[in-house]
Write a protein that binds this ligand. Structure first.
Ligand SMILES: *Cc1c(COP(=O)(O)O)cnc(C)c1O
Length: 460
């Protein structure tokens, strides 16, 4: 009875408090969301302790790019471990952090790299830097922020100020200095026949109106370029980003681009905002930065911002730190990841992979209960017309039975697989995704669960 999987499941439930989870849902006899013990991973596959495998179709919360256990990244990490494990970055520097900063500057045109460990810490750094910049510039009243409806920028208390997802924020509302929100350019808001650029223009006008009134107190606008992932893969036309850039210039407000999820090729270009031909004042990166191996985040800033902190007075500097800032192992993994983009011509190959996947997903996209089938680069999403409040959780369970990790956000099903997914794996994914949909809808048709479901980040 007590299999290896079961042993690890029970030990985990007794000792580990899992993220973004109502733990009671994992309780034996509870709403039966299985906790999956993973023993090892390779390529697109996760393996449990008994050899059962699951295709990681959401890249382990969007972090993995070139598959698990990639030999090139593993080799770089092993080499780095033999040289330098870690050293504090205040007062010291090292080869990986210098090389990584130089390469990120070359790729983005933003020449000053400040490191953190998670996406949320990158958001905090960007917000603090922006407000501090204006203070140093003699404009201390510019200390408020504005974001998009449905925006997600992390869940620490500072980041929650600009994260417009009620479920994540509600319990902590008294702790948070809430930012303003302006309408999202989500293309799903299009009227029949209306192009995405027109939706973007409408949202840009709302932003213009807001900035007109509030710019004197506003430090920065924060935006997830092209896809608001946590909002349910809400996609928008690059026109919005061009307009946001113009308006931020006109009203002297920083533009913070959060590419924590969409950076590193997900949307088709190395960085999503490159499709709009604009530059950020602050660019936040994490998740795919290390290819999904180690935690690392970075905020890239302009020369102008950097110059506002460069002074004889200590307190005008950016006195922010995290113990593991610029960890050499994480930076080395990031360098190996950047190498893989070049060595494998990844962006070009992804074009072909994405086209192949789109064809494989065609039967799912044509499903009568699917609305707004959409794609941007290597991100695919479908809204499902279902009355099940716990659609996401039910779907995720059926997906696991199909050997797939797919965890809808509310009623939005999406796939964001590692770039190395091959034709056969893509067919497995597309076939299983549709089968899991049929199984979930069959439960609905049988009158199942109109009970209150909890819809969070990934449907758990
Ligand atoms: C995941 C995410 C974050 C937060 O990153 P963490 O590492 O989970 O703190 C911030 N912004 C966006 C757009 C994200 O997708």
């Amino acid at each position: 009875m007590s299999s290896l999987n079961e042993t690890w499941r029970q030990r985990s439930l007794a000792a580990v408090w899992h993220p973004c989870t109502q733990m009671k849902l994992h309780a034996p006899g509870g709403a039966a969301l299985p906790l999956v013990p993973v023993a090892r991973a390779d390529g697109v596959w996760l393996y449990d302790h008994e050899g059962r495998r699951y295709l990681d179709a959401i890249s382990s919360w969007w972090v993995n790019l070139f598959g698990h256990n990639h030999p090139a990244i593993r080799e770089a990490l092993t080499d780095q471990l033999n040289r330098l494990d870690h050293v504090m970055l205040a007062g010291f520097t090292h080869t990986p952090v210098v090389e990584l900063s130089e390469r990120l500057a070359a790729a983005t045109g933003l020449g000053h790299a400040f490191y953190g460990s998670d996406g949320a810490s990158a958001t905090e750094i960007a917000l603090k830097m922006s407000a501090h910049h204006w203070r140093n510039a003699g404009r201390p009243h510019k200390n408020r922020f504005v974001g998009l409806a449905g925006g997600y920028h992390g869940e620490t208390v500072g980041a929650l100020a600009v994260t417009d997802i009620t479920l994540f924020r509600e319990a902590y509302a008294p702790l948070v200095r809430l930012a303003a929100t302006v309408p999202s350019p989500d293309v799903r808001a299009a009227l029949p026949g209306e192009p995405g650029a027109d939706v973007a223009e409408r949202a840009a006008r709302a932003l213009a109106g807001w900035l007109e009134e509030h710019h004197e107190r506003t430090a920065a606008l924060i935006v997830e370029p092209l896809i608001q992932c946590a909002a349910g893969m809400a996609m928008h036309d690059p026109h919005y980003l061009r307009r946001a850039r113009e308006l931020c210039d006109r009203y002297e407000v920083h533009l913070v681009l959060d590419e924590i999820a969409v950076g590193f090729g997900r949307t088709g270009t190395l960085f999503a905002h490159q499709q709009a031909g604009i530059r950020a004042d602050f660019l936040c990166l994490s998740k795919g930065l290390t290819g999904g191996t180690l935690p690392l985040s970075v905020v890239l800033a302009t020369d102008e911002v950097y110059a506002a902190f460069y002074d004889d007075e200590v307190a005008r500097g950016f006195l922010h730190s995290h113990s593991y800032t610029g960890n050499p192992l994480a930076c080395r993994a990031a360098l190996a990841t950047l190498d893989l983009f070049e060595q494998t011509d990844a962006l070009r190959r992804n074009e072909a992979t994405a086209a192949r996947l789109a064809a494989q997903f065609a039967p799912l996209s044509a499903h009568p209960r699917v609305r707004h089938a959409r794609q941007q680069g290597m991100v695919f999403a479908w809204d499902v017309a279902s009355s099940l409040l716990d659609f996401g959780r039910r779907y995720a369970r059926h997906a696991l039975e199909q050997g797939l990790v797919l965890r809808p956000i509310g009623h939005t099903l999406y796939a964001m697989p590692p770039y190395v997914i091959d034709e056969e794996e893509g067919a497995w994914l597309a076939q299983g995704a549709r089968a899991a949909l049929e199984a979930t809808l069959a439960e609905e048709d049988a009158g199942a669960g109109l009970v209150g479901g909890v819809e969070v980040r990934d449907g758990v």
